[in-house]
Design a protein around this ligand. Structure first.
Ligand SMILES: Nc1nc2c(ncn2[C@@H]2O[C@H](COP(=O)(O)OP(=O)(O)OP(=O)(O)O)[C@@H](O)[C@H]2O)c(=O)[nH]1
Length: 237
């Protein structure tokens, strides 16, 4: 008989390329694997690179880490057609039932890419100081409305001339009171705060007192596909 499936808390992690999404997921797994039953879905355009990186980090049973190869812009798979991701999440939930949290990592995209609330219950948007102190002021749906905004790699701030408190203040101003966390893997207090946030959010979602919020649609844009044909995303997805 098939095992009964319990729905997990599905937590998305999005943000521009290289801001530290995989590292943050590895950190969450390392900190919480003893307390929560976890699974991970990664999204890459052409490879399963992020999944392999996380498996080799040894933070979770490798079978609990699965990759979705999107074959298109990352936001397509987390906003427009979430079916492959939903199937991957549901497969994990069935194979390892019961899971408490499934983390879904978006492929690195731009400032406007966010998850559909049909795929995740809550989402973390990750910026890093290396992208420049003014990024937080640029706004966009992820910065303004993700459930948690992380300003990552604060240990690098002195080398890139970024004033972290100012960057956090700018981010807070853009977010109307939603939380902002200055994070670095070398700052254990900040790692503890991330852990606390995930635990608290897990409780809120479990208690049924959380309504997933859509941070907002992608901005209209165009790009050239593999076959050289121009692809336009002109409507609100
Ligand atoms: N100095 C510093 N480097 C970090 C920190 N967190 C992550 N990194 C580094 O940042 C680089 C990118 O990290 P990833 O976790 O691969 O970033 P990502 O956002 O998953 O990247 P994509 O999937 O390619 O978009 C790696 O070299 C990490 O080691 C941090 O707290 N401090």
């Amino acid at each position: 008989m098939p095992k009964p499936t319990t729905r997990s808390f599905r937590l998305g992690v999005a943000g521009p390329v290289g801001t530290g999404k995989s590292s943050l997921i590895a950190m969450i797994c390392r900190e919480l694997a003893d307390e929560l039953r976890l699974g991970v879905i990664t999204n890459d355009i052409y490879t399963d690179e992020d999944a392999r990186l996380l498996r080799s980090a040894g933070v979770l049973d490798p079978e609990r880490i699965r990759a979705v190869e999107t074959g298109a812009c990352p936001h397509t798979a987390i906003r427009d057609d979430v079916t492959p991701n939903l199937i991957a999440v549901e497969d994990l939930e069935r194979d390892f039932a019961p899971l408490d949290v499934v983390l879904v990592e978006s492929g690195g995209d731009n400032l406007t890419a966010t998850f559909s609330p049909a795929l995740v219950d809550a989402q973390i948007f990750v910026l890093d100081v290396a992208g420049g102190g003014d990024v937080a002021r640029k706004g966009g749906p992820g910065i303004a409305r993700a459930d948690l905004l992380v300003v990552n790699k604060t240990d690098l701030a002195p080398y890139v001339g970024v004033d972290v408190p100012q960057m956090v203040t700018d981010a807070e101003a853009a977010r109307g009171g939603k939380p902002v966390l200055a994070l670095s893997r070398t700052d254990l207090d900040s790692v503890a705060k991330l852990k606390e946030w995930v635990l608290a959010m897990t409780e809120v979602v479990r208690s049924g007192h959380h309504t997933p919020v859509d941070p907002g649609p992608m901005a209209p844009h165009s790009h050239v596909g593999d076959d050289g044909v121009l692809i336009s995303h002109t409507h609100a997805h």
